[in-house]
Design a protein around this ligand. Structure first.
Ligand code: NIG
Ligand code: FE
Length: 387
């Protein structure tokens, strides 16, 4: 394959060979001004200042002063869904809480009802449109969860849609089984029966068909208890599905600790954590992932990301794109929210959605920064006329 030279790059951002950045290292800025990058076999083979750019390279892309950076790595989304839930947004503006709407059959159960009535092809078509839209604003790698099926058949349907997205898109995609997203209406009086179904039917089928990389649980007040989460994650682990959990969004109910105990790759949300959770995370390999768009749209506290980084933690930032709590997959919006409301620096948010987001999907060896050997999954912007 012939090589490609990207020339006249105004600034190259995100140059480093690290696989995860922690604490003060998240403020590090690896920048070259007026540079070039050479790509061979889809991988970055070299970069440097423009006056050292190689000549006679087959293909040339003239960045014309634009910026080049690694594509965004969004490690937490729910982009396969059947319908938006803007009515709930209006209810919340009138004072209803996320929990109240969920308790009245709205929220996740509302999405499940709609998804169960929607064909696999239609779900694929609408999710493709969403994926293409977020790719156009710079996302190159994404984790997508099931969790709006809530029956064996419909959870498998969602995961097959994710597999088809993987097969048909240049984006790097990780799939997560989230059967434990909510107790379905039919099991409200017998939640143990639903947990048995997850453990004995769903997990073996999902793993048997190779449909997921991870197993997630919504471990929070009103959803799944820490004891239930523990049982589900342990069963998933026996089938080779690693843990990732939704924790501490609605209450400080021990989710972080149960995630760490189960060697979760990441614990996500964390709006309601304190020193105990931060200390537990500091002595683990679990990546804390914060979701500022969710706090913004639900009008709930933002995760204490400033305190987390100041304590020495590395954090990932993700959109949580879903029809309820975060109807946006827009990374630049998320970065601005994280700067304004979490008091993170632009460099910290940049690393949260590049290398650390890649780490939360276990792909930071090949994505999330600019370095020889990494996949050339890049954003090239127009010339930045302000800088
Ligand atoms: O990450 N918190 C749980 N799950 C999703 C919301 C899902 C929904 O409201 O549809 C989240 O916020
Ligand atoms: Fe989520």
């Amino acid at each position: 394959m012939t090589a490609t030279l990207i020339k006249n790059i105004g600034k190259i951002y995100g140059i480093h060979d690290k696989q995860f950045l922690k604490g003060s290292a998240m403020s590090f800025s690896g920048i070259i001004e007026n540079g070039y990058i050479v790509i061979e076999n889809d991988k970055i083979s070299s970069f440097g200042p423009m006056d050292q750019a190689p000549e006679n390279v087959g293909n040339v892309i003239d960045a014309d002063g634009g910026l080049v950076m690694p594509a965004w790595c969004d490690s937490h989304t729910h982009i396969v869904y059947a319908a938006s839930r803007e009515g709930e947004y209006t209810l919340r503006l009138k004072g209803a809480t996320y929990e109240e709407i969920a308790a009245n059959g709205g929220g996740i159960l509302n999405s499940a009802k709609r998804l169960q009535q929607t064909s696999e092809d239609d779900l694929f078509d609408s999710a493709s449109l969403r994926l293409n839209e977020i790719m156009a604003s710079g996302t190159g790698a994404i984790e997508i969860k099931s969790g709006y099926g809530l029956t064996t058949e419909d959870e498998l349907k969602m995961l097959r849609v994710i597999r088809k997205l993987k097969e048909n898109s240049p984006a790097v995609i990780k799939a997560t089984f989230l059967g434990a997203h909510a107790i379905p209406a039919a099991y409200q009086d017998n939640r143990n029966k639903y947990i048995d179904l997850i453990i004995n039917k769903m997990i073996p089928k999902v793993a048997g068909e190779g449909l997921a990389d991870y197993c997630d649980v919504f471990c929070d007040k009103g959803f799944f208890t820490t004891a239930e989460t523990d049982i589900i994650l342990k069963s998933a682990s026996k089938y080779g599905l690693k843990a990732k959990i939704h924790a501490n969004e609605l209450a400080n109910s021990g989710g972080v600790q149960i995630g760490i105990k189960n060697k979760a790759i990441s614990v996500d949300h964390l709006e309601r954590i304190g020193d105990e959770e931060i200390n537990a995370l500091l002595s683990s390999n679990t990546i804390p992932t914060v979701l500022p768009s969710c706090s913004f749209f639900l009008n709930i506290p933002f995760a204490p990301a400033r305190m987390m980084i100041d304590s020495g933690l590395g954090i990932a930032l993700a959109t949580d794109f879903n029809p309820g709590s975060s109807p946006s997959g827009n990374i630049p919006l998320l970065m601005a929210l994280a700067c304004n409301h979490m008091r993170l620096t632009p460099q910290e948010t940049f690393h949260g959605v590049t290398i650390n987001g890649a780490a939360a999907m276990e792909i930071s060896h090949s994505l999330g920064s600019i370095f020889p050997g990494k996949i050339a999954n890049l954003i090239i912007t127009k010339k930045n006329t302000i800088a």
